[in-house]
Write a protein that binds this ligand. Structure first.
Ligand code: LMR
Length: 327
């Protein structure tokens, strides 16, 4: 497994993975940590700390600044490294700085990784970076690429749970549609919550449609920016937790009766989202393969929001392709 590695997210993520939270308590691990050359001394410190955790599953930790070393025969690639946004920026403002990284990493994955590799893109703008990585790796199935919207999904679950005074585990089947950006659509029309042992729809449980259609959506859409404003740094602990949830579900499958949100290639979807976008959908996962959740009724309110975020993704894709052809 390979990670860009000396940053804040990786610092939280590596410990969880190394202790077995993601691939299970009896899966030995070799972690390959990729970062840029100036970060190599910092990375040495991360390697020392991982060794000092004295974790039974960890067989080897390999720090490197070379993509050909990092991606060789890889089973899972978690692409975290990129320039993070600062206060006042939208994630798409990072397109120019980051899209090149994902083109290069896609091409290196194509050359060196196993064809079965699962690639998870976290660096922003995550959907479009993921699309570019996939397009740069034509020999790896498009379905093996996904981008992280699980952080938004977890944020949505948690906001509902806080409002109702239940735990996040009592809430299931929220959906994040579209882009990991402020146009994303957190949809709880199909979500269920367990209140005092009884499973009910979220609209029925909350009984406040204007909150669900207003502040709830805004809070989830703007949460990344709110964290940056408060911390002066982008989210790290919660992002690492979401990556663990996302990759664990790819590895072991989603629980019966539950679906999760993931940015995946839109080809063949039945929700009227244009093809060839990396769009977040509700999916179920079995045998390390995801499938769209089919047949959910979409009302007019949802339709409009789903189309708006698709439009933004189409524009991002066009801008990214332009940058790449002029780079
Ligand atoms: C987040 O959602 O917290 C991250 O994508 C960081 C950001 O720029 O918002």
């Amino acid at each position: 497994m390979s990670f860009p590695s000396a940053g804040q997210i990786a610092y939280s993520l590596l410990y969880s993975i190394a202790k077995g939270d993601v691939f299970g308590k009896d899966q030995p691990l070799v972690l390959v940590l990729l970062d840029i050359t100036p970060m190599m001394t910092v990375l040495e410190g991360v390697v020392m700390e991982l060794q000092d955790c004295a974790l039974p599953l960890l067989r080897e930790v390999i720090p490197t600044d070379k993509e050909e070393v990092a991606f060789k025969d890889l089973d899972v690639a978690i692409l975290v490294g990129s320039m993070p946004r600062r206060e006042g920026m939208e994630r798409k403002d990072l397109l120019k700085a980051n899209v090149k990284i994902f083109k290069s990493q896609g091409a290196a994955l194509d050359k060196y990784a196993k064809k079965t590799v699962k690639v998870v893109v976290v660096g922003n703008p995550a959907n479009t970076n993921c699309l570019i990585a996939s397009k740069s790796a034509p020999s790896i199935p498009k379905e093996n690429f996904s981008c992280l919207t699980r952080l938004d999904h977890n944020r949505a679950k948690s906001q509902i749970a806080l409002k109702l005074g239940v735990t996040a585990n009592d809430v299931k089947n929220v959906i994040i549609w579209g882009n990991h950006s402020s146009t994303q659509y957190p949809d709880v029309n199909h979500a269920k919550v367990n209140v005092k042992g009884k499973e009910v729809g979220v609209y029925e449980a909350i009984k406040d449609d204007s909150w669900l259609k207003g502040d709830f959506i805004l809070t989830v859409q703007q949460r990344g920016a709110a964290v940056i404003k408060a911390r002066k740094l982008s989210s790290a602990m919660s992002a690492a937790k979401a990556i663990c949830d996302h990759v664990r579900d790819i590895w072991f499958g989603t629980p019966a009766g539950e679906f999760v949100s993931m940015g995946v290639i839109s080809d063949g979807n039945s929700y009227g989202v244009p093809e060839d976008l990396l769009y977040s959908f509700p999916v179920v996962i079995k045998d390390k393969t995801w499938k769209f959740v089919e047949g959910l009724p979409i009302n007019d309110f949802s339709r409009e929001k789903m189309d708006l975020t698709a439009k933004e993704l189409t524009e991002e894709k066009e801008t990214a392709v332009e940058f790449l052809s002029s780079a």
